[in-house]
Design a protein around this ligand. Structure first.
Ligand SMILES: [Zn+2]
Length: 227
């Protein structure tokens, strides 16, 4: 299978969950300290290493796209994720001062957006979802926003004290009569932080969209959503 971003032969699989999100939530994962992951593959899938295939997409990337090209995107999410997870109490509509997280909030939030564009693209490729993947690849290659991908970040609605939760949902899609998918959404959750990632063609009015942000309008304050 070829790399869905650049078309070169693919030789590496993208992690669906960031290694840093996994490590910071669970500490070391090992043979003796397995971790249970909930995903479409099933509940309580036991994994013994963060290199486990349960965390990986079946869509392939080339190592250049998975490393050099998209590393700044991975890093930006790593930073924002750490800042939010370390926050004592996240609430919907709370404003997060991004200049306390990033030196250049606008540029870094574009990179956060591109991190989820990469994960979304991997999932579209893996599940053969009929959404045009080219604009996803172009956004990553050009370090430019995907005009139809929107993200909402908010506190997780259900917290289970003492339990650590790592979850990525299935992708829900809205299909028109001609089989065209005009809207799709899925969530990524690490403990107290939930991210709702949406693909919306113009004219869609979905609840999540009204609380979402996009790099074209994102300033120094991130307003948290109720997800
Ligand atoms: Zn590539």
């Amino acid at each position: 299978m070829d790399c869905w971003i650049c078309g070169q032969p693919g030789d590496s699989a993208e992690h669906l969950m960031k290694g840093s999100d996994i490590r910071s939530s669970f500490g070391r994962v090992s043979q003796d300290r397995p971790l249970y992951v909930h995903s479409k593959l099933g509940k309580n899938v036991q994994v013994r290493t963060i290199r486990d295939s349960a965390f990986k997409s079946k869509a392939l990337l080339c190592s250049r796209c998975n490393n050099a090209l998209t590393q700044p995107y991975d890093r930006a999410w790593e930073r924002l994720s750490a800042a939010l997870r370390g926050h004592p109490s996240l609430k919907p509509r709370q404003l997060i001062k991004l200049n306390k997280v990033f030196e250049r909030p606008r540029e870094s939030m574009l990179d956060v957006h591109l991190y989820f564009v990469k994960l979304f693209g991997c999932r579209i490729a893996e599940n053969s979802i009929p959404i045009d993947i080219k604009p996803f690849a172009d956004a990553l290659l050009q370090r430019a926003a995907h005009p139809q991908v929107f993200i909402a970040i908010g506190p997780s609605s259900l917290l289970l004290p003492g339990k650590t939760i790592l979850e990525f949902s299935e992708i829900d899609t809205l299909k028109l009569a001609d089989d065209r998918h005009v809207y799709a959404q899925w969530t990524y959750r690490v403990n107290n932080v939930t991210v709702l990632i949406m693909y919306a063609e113009p004219g869609q009015r979905r609840q999540g969209l009204s609380q979402s942000w996009h790099p074209s309008t994102q300033g120094r304050l991130l307003s948290l959503a109720r997800i």
